[in-house]
Design a protein around this ligand. Structure first.
Ligand code: B4P
Length: 181
């Protein structure tokens, strides 16, 4: 199964992605996790990504796309994968479609975790990651609305989109996702 998780920052993509890994036995590819690992390791790529992440902006496409391409080439993705946080823009979505067409592994489903902004701000302030201060959160929500939200139409037209209410208990949300898949 080849799945994309899309949703506002803090909508629970990482949280539910981990549960899907355990359920389906396929790997999760989180661009947020990959970028944070590069920042922590102080690699040249991490140094380039850090400023954008701290400001709540998207990291440059060439960096993110390169990371995903490298990860998808690893053999553990043969039975499927869960993409968490990628794509985040139309350009990334079009690149991903081309990449997967080349691998003859088109996406099966795109799950949209729907959570309102007030709940998101509450969750992220409670999480307290380095990029979870109020100004950055507000910026990330604007970036989401402008750059990522158009993906809902894009995948809707492909008849691959399933919108799931992302508020409530973790198990309830997980069951909704599995039902949608
Ligand atoms: P990400 O790491 O993708 O972070 P996120 O969107 O903030 O988090 P997620 O939706 O996974 O929420 P989580 O489960 O953690 O991105 C970080 C940054 O990396 C971006 O701002 C950007 O700069 C860069 N980046 C990443 N991908 C990129 C791309 N493709 N292109 C360009 N740049 C990219 O949940 C959040 C919190 O809510 C947690 O504390 C969790 O415990 C809690 N929570 C989860 N579910 C809950 C529930 N049901 N009820 C209550 N709390 C819940």
């Amino acid at each position: 199964m080849r799945i994309v998780l899309v949703g506002a920052p803090g909508s629970g993509k990482g949280t539910q992605g981990d549960k899907l890994v355990a359920h389906y036995g396929i790997p999760k590819i989180s661009t947020g996790d990959l970028l944070r690992a590069a920042v922590a390791a102080g690699t040249p790529l991490g140094k380039k990504a850090k400023a954008a992440m701290d400001a709540g902006q998207l990291v440059a496409d060439d960096i993110v796309v390169g990371m995903v391409q490298e990860r998808l080439a690893q053999p553990d993705t043969g039975n499927g994968f869960i993409l968490d946080g990628f794509p985040r823009s139309l350009a990334q979505a079009e690149t991903l479609d081309r990449m997967l067409a080349g691998l003859k592994q088109p996406l099966d489903k795109v799950v949209h975790l729907d959570v309102d902004n007030e709940e998101i701000v509450k969750r992220m302030l409670a999480r307290g990651r380095a990029d979870d201060n109020e100004a950055t959160i507000r910026n990330r929500l604007e970036v989401y609305a402008a750059q990522t939200r158009p993906l809902l139409d894009y995948y809707g037209k492909q008849k691959k989109l399933a919108t799931v209410k992302g508020v409530g208990g973790l198990e309830d949300i997980f069951r909704r996702i599995v039902t949608a898949l």
